[in-house]
Design a binder for this molecule. Structure first.
Ligand SMILES: Cc1cc2nc3c(=O)[nH]c(=O)nc-3n(C[C@H](O)[C@H](O)[C@H](O)COP(=O)(O)OP(=O)(O)OC[C@H]3O[C@@H](n4cnc5c(N)ncnc54)[C@H](O)[C@@H]3O)c2cc1C
Length: 307
């Protein structure tokens, strides 16, 4: 019987592991198929406090993991496949084997939606990004492209005009999903151009390990052309990793966990941390902070139960 199982090994899960390990709870962290979480996909992280020169994303999460292991946290490869939160102790199916635990911290994150192009995946962190707040700074006076037609695409495009020479919003439809106010703001921004009915067929240049341009295609005319670009930002949404909790943990319509205050979910003893609940900030530091909150709540919860 475990005191606490932490689902996910990103910033939220690792921070929850540091705190709960230091509280002598001997946490078990189930790493998931993306060990280290989203930061393992990126290169330089310049906005995590404590690193004046910045730090590579994979190093940052690996350091967090080592820190947690130093205090006795255990890490398990593999993913949680199924959960039974209907009674206590809670039961988790990890790669086919059921284990029991008094509490659970869900830190399974949210994955950015990508276009699914082969070269896009190869250039993540080298010009391809899903986070303007994180990476906009690297594109001072550069040509930026934003993909999407919703509010987040407009927000990211507006934000990126602080850095880029120009920002082109590429959208596959004629109409935008974005709210009128967000769309108007983008339309009135002289640095933003729009390209509608247009899709991206390829991204260059994998041989140089950096984004230099894209292949675009107009869906109405069929015309295809290459365009030079330095920063390629996806803003087509995120998918919270909550499928395995469906019907047990309350979520909003998009699958983000609904918080019941602090780090609490609708089930007493199951807590949330990080991007799996946060559709607003989605940063390493906020995820880490949420991991700290969840671990403190677990500690108090178990203490109140006499463990
Ligand atoms: C390319 C990129 C660059 C970024 N750059 C920055 C930056 O510079 N600064 C910044 O502050 N933020 C940045 N971010 C955002 C930041 O990475 C996230 O906000 C942060 O990682 C969220 O942490 P998390 O722990 O909540 O979730 P995640 O990092 O998404 O981690 C989720 C974890 O859950 C695991 N998991 C999922 N399902 C299961 C399951 N069924 N069983 C077990 N485990 C599971 C995954 O394997 C993963 O380990 C960037 C994101 C991306 C994609």
């Amino acid at each position: 019987m475990r005191n606490v199982v932490i689902i996910g090994s990103g910033c939220a899960g690792n921070t929850a592991a540091i705190y709960s390990a230091r509280a002598n709870l001997k946490p078990l962290v189930v790493s998931g198929h993306e060990a280290g979480g989203q930061l393992s996909l990126t290169t330089l992280v310049e906005n995590f406090p404590g690193f004046p020169e910045g730090i590579n994303g994979p190093d940052l999460v690996e350091n967090m993991k080592k820190q947690a292991q130093n205090f006795g946290a255990e890490y398990l490869h593999g993913a949680v496949m199924d959960t039974d939160f209907s009674s206590r102790p809670f039961r988790l199916n990890i790669e086919g084997e059921w284990i029991e635990t008094r509490t659970v911290i869900i830190a399974s994150g949210a994955s950015a939606r990508w276009l699914g192009l082969e070269n896009e995946q190869k250039l993540i962190g080298h010009g391809v990004s899903s986070c303007a707040t994180c990476d906009g700074f690297f594109y001072r006076n550069k040509r930026i492209m934003v993909i999407g037609g919703g509010d987040s695409a407009m927000e990211e495009a507006n934000f990126l005009t602080r850095f880029g020479r120009d920002v082109t919003v590429v959208h596959r439809r004629e109409e935008f999903r974005a709210s009128k106010i967000m769309l108007d703001r983008a339309r009135h921004n002289p640095k933003i151009q729009f390209m509608t009915n247009t899709v991206v067929d390829d991204i260059y240049d994998v041989s140089k390990n950096v984004v230099t341009g894209v292949r675009l295609r107009n869906l109405k005319t069929g015309e295809a052309w290459d365009q030079e670009v330095d920063g390629f930002f996806l803003a087509i949404g995120h998918i919270p990793n909550t499928k395995i909790f469906k019907g047990q943990i309350e979520t909003d319509a998009d699958g983000y966990i609904l918080s019941k205050g602090g780090a609490r979910t609708n089930i007493s003893g199951v807590f949330h941390a990080g991007d799996v609940q946060d559709r607003t900030y989605r940063q390493a530091i906020t995820a880490a902070g949420a991991g700290c909150m969840a671990a403190i709540e677990v500690e108090r919860y178990l203490e109140a139960e006499g463990h």
